[in-house]
Write a protein that binds this ligand. Structure first.
Ligand code: SAM
Length: 283
């Protein structure tokens, strides 16, 4: 039986064979624990009828496990050096397509639409390049592609914001916007020791599960801009942040939603943000 790519010995063999070193500017940290990549793939909510989109396959550690379980894997890799590496490391998996492209520049909607004819579901699963975690996720969130499950590893502190509850330290605009669109679940926590090279941070795998939005606003972009404005200066009150953002009687808006003028953004639930937004813009 061939060794999994994510084993230390196989990873070292590949790095040596291709004289490869990890590029920091591309956020390259390769997973060297086969049980972790297996667990991520097992928890990514797809079947053999589905296609998986992966961002940043690296040398193929997670890709291999996705390929074993999905009908097809489409992996976007920015680093040209990795193309021949992946062709070698994944040679046994005919269902993998490596695409040499900066994922942030992809026309994601057209790409996903073209896949939809051939697969039951299209999901995303990746160990993300940490320096662009939020832009990648917002690209997916805002693409309107109807991707039902997004299972991704990211820096622990960023994951904490996505999963934060009202009144907690990590709760911010990101938490509110994401929780408007998705149910968010922690899949597992990952220590920094399972990477080569070892990063300075720990990681968390989280899953975003698309949900039926209970109370959809008419203009989602405008709502998101409003949320960002509410948290613009975290130490300021909601009143002061909104005074800087809006014309109109902010105090009256707050009062009509039973909100104290001294309240801060991090004290409002998603539902309270929606109510306030609707009073201001749709009232
Ligand atoms: N999946 C591998 C693993 O888990 O071992 C590698 C993950 S590594 C954290 C992130 C990967 O994303 C690297 O291979 C890096 O080259 C790639 N990457 C960085 N920026 C990218 C971008 N804009 N588009 C596509 N891939 C990118």
């Amino acid at each position: 039986m061939t060794k999994a790519i994510a084993t230390i010995s196989k990873t070292n063999e590949i790095l040596k064979q291709f004289s490869l070193y990890a590029k920091k500017n591309y956020g390259q940290n390769f997973i060297i624990d086969p049980s972790i990549v297996e667990k991520i793939a097992n928890n990514a909510s797809f079947t053999q009828e589905d296609a998986v989109i992966e961002i940043g396959p690296g040398i193929g550690a997670l890709t291999e496990q996705l390929a074993k379980r999905a009908k097809a894997v489409y992996a976007f890799e920015i680093d040209e050096r990795l193309l021949e590496v992946l062709t070698y490391s994944l040679k046994d998996y005919a269902n993998v397509t490596i695409i040499h492209q900066d994922f942030l520049l992809l026309d994601l909607k057209s790409f996903v639409d073209s896949l939809k004819q051939n697969y039951r579901n299209i999901v995303v699963c990746a160990n993300l390049p940490y320096y662009i975690t939020t832009p990648i996720l917002f690209k997916i969130f805002e693409s309107k592609c109807n991707i039902p499950f997004i299972t991704v590893m990211m820096q622990k502190e960023v994951a904490d914001r996505f999963t934060a509850s009202v009144n907690s330290e990590s709760y911010n605009a990101l938490s509110v916007m994401v929780q408007y669109l998705y149910d968010v679940k922690v899949v597992m926590k990952i220590p920094r020791t399972i990477f080569n090279p070892k990063p300075n941070v720990d990681s968390t795998v989280i899953q975003f599960i698309a949900k039926e939005i209970q109370h959809p606003v008419k203009d989602q972009q405008r709502f998101f801009d409003f949320i960002k404005a509410c948290f613009k200066q975290r130490r300021k009150t909601l009143y002061n942040n909104l005074r800087a953002y809006l014309q109109g009687d902010v105090e009256a808006y707050l009062t009509s939603c039973n909100l104290d003028v001294k309240i801060r953004g991090q004290q409002l639930t998603l539902q309270q943000f929606i109510e306030l937004y609707e009073v201001i813009y749709e009232g």
